[in-house]
Ligand binder design. Structure first.
Ligand SMILES: Cc1ncc(COP(=O)(O)O)c(C=O)c1O
Length: 428
């Protein structure tokens, strides 16, 4: 097969994210011609099931007609206006829908444009809340093995060495506390005890505790129980610190409920959403907060105002896509229809364990993961390459193999995805 000329053209000018570019000397770079439903198609008409929803964003699959139409219709009016002095219906509608989805517990919606920028805004919002009330609380507490993005503030509250270590010297001061290693009560108990000690030690200095509820995704898909979250909520209340929930990866149905925190029956003080919010159509994120936080900024003069901004805040095309996503969740009963898929994934995961090298299989809703025992030097790359040969696109984290398929994946495609995983791991 002649190599696609787009590859050399790309490599002469594009620097790809989260890649060692030299790997492209022996790893395929695949030009994609179209994407539809759960499949990506290359220029030779090879199809790949998108087993990770293209970095966990295309929760409703690719080329959804309703989202396409919503974005096209908005384009006929306008694509973007700045939202400091102006407003527009798609943004208002989206804010109203999100507030309603949070049962009016989170009442204000601040718009940003990607996950990391939402985290930056959330951290600043929490810090400034206390500052506006006359307190300087310069610490954030974050969990071991957590991931909140790659900008410097977000990286500061993350704890995945692979991304953080190089930049350690230029990051914010953060206290890292142990996270539960699994869903067991013992792990929850140990992590809560450690957290309480930390909050006690730094009493009055901490603005917020930040966590990815239920699943630390980029942190090798480590999972904890809803019980841990409810105890975390209680600890934050006891010590008077904000609880920031980063639902950027787990929101929009990924864990089996619309928001992950619903499973613990708690409300955060601040919540970040992105990724699935536009179904993978446009970069958009929001920071939602409780009314009491908003009120601390609401005074005469600009000094206490939240002067955080992004040029693309509240982008109209993004909001139009997000409104369509919210409508589809309702009209197509996306959450209600997940149960049989979650059960099927659970059965497939169990079958996979016939391979004795599959360790620590685990699942939360539409996320399934396991570690593969292998001597391969770069298991992630090897399994990715094998996956392509088997018509699936997966991108393991080290030797952690996981799936996060579009929520609309059907029974046959779940079978094909797991069949592809089985064949791929056999080869490494
Ligand atoms: C939990 C979580 N928070 C934040 C981010 C950062 O989002 P973005 O890549 O849009 O900056 C990610 C990205 O993977 C994430 O998984």
């Amino acid at each position: 097969m002649t190599p696609n000329p787009l590859v050399s053209k790309d490599l002469s000018s594009v620097w790809h994210p989260c890649m060692q570019m030299k790997d492209f000397e022996h790893t395929p770079l695949i030009p994609i011609q179209k994407a539809c439903g759960v499949r990506l198609y290359d220029f030779d008409d090879n199809a790949y099931i998108d087993g990770i929803s293209s970095w966990w964003v295309n929760n409703l699959g690719h080329s959804n007609e309703q989202i396409n139409s919503a974005v096209k219709a908005q384009l006929d009016d306008f694509a973007h206006i700045m939202t400091a002095n102006f407003t527009h219906l798609p943004m208002i509608n989206l804010a109203e829908k999100l507030v309603k989805k949070c049962n009016n517990n989170l009442t204000k919606v601040f718009f940003a444009d990607n996950g990391s920028s939402a985290i930056e805004a959330a951290l600043k919002m929490s810090f400034q809340y206390f500052k506006n009330r006359g307190e300087t609380r310069e610490l954030f507490v974050a969990f071991e093995n957590s991931y909140h993005g790659e900008t410097l503030g977000a990286l500061s509250v993350g704890d995945v060495g692979l991304y953080k270590k190089t930049f350690e010297k230029i990051l914010l001061k953060t206290v890292i506390t142990p996270s539960p290693k699994d869903k067991s009560d013992e792990e929850s108990e140990a992590a809560i005890c450690a957290l309480k000690k930390t909050l006690e030690q730094f009493d009055g200095k901490v603005s917020a505790v930040i966590i990815e509820p239920l699943v630390q995704c980029a942190g090798y898909m480590r999972m904890h129980s809803p019980l841990f979250l409810s105890r975390l909520r209680q600890a934050c209340d006891d010590y008077g610190v904000h609880l920031i929930l980063d639902e950027i990866a787990v929101g929009f149905g990924r864990t089996g409920s619309f928001f992950a925190h619903e499973q613990a029956n708690i409300t955060p003080d601040i919540m970040c959403l992105s990724k699935g919010i536009t179904g993978g159509y446009m970069p958009l994120s929001v920071v939602m907060c409780k009314e009491y936080i908003y009120e601390a900024f609401y005074t005469e003069g600009v000094e206490k105002a939240f002067l955080h901004s992004h040029s693309y805040s509240g982008n109209a095309l993004g909001c139009a896509a997000a409104n369509a996503v919210m409508d589809i969740f309702e009209s197509e009963k996306i959450i209600e229809n997940l149960t049989p898929k979650i059960q099927q994934i659970s059965r497939c995961l169990e079958e996979l364990q016939n391979d004795k090298r599959v360790k620590n299989a685990r699942q939360t809703g539409m996320i399934a993961a396991f570690e593969i025992e292998t001597q391969a030097a770069r298991p992630s790359l090897e399994i990715f390459k094998e996956g392509l040969k088997n018509g699936i696109f997966i991108r393991p984290l080290g030797n952690t193999v996981y799936i996060m398929p579009p929520l609309v994946i059907g029974e046959e495609d779940i079978k094909t995805l797991f069949g592809g995983i089985q064949k791929s791991i056999m080869k490494v």
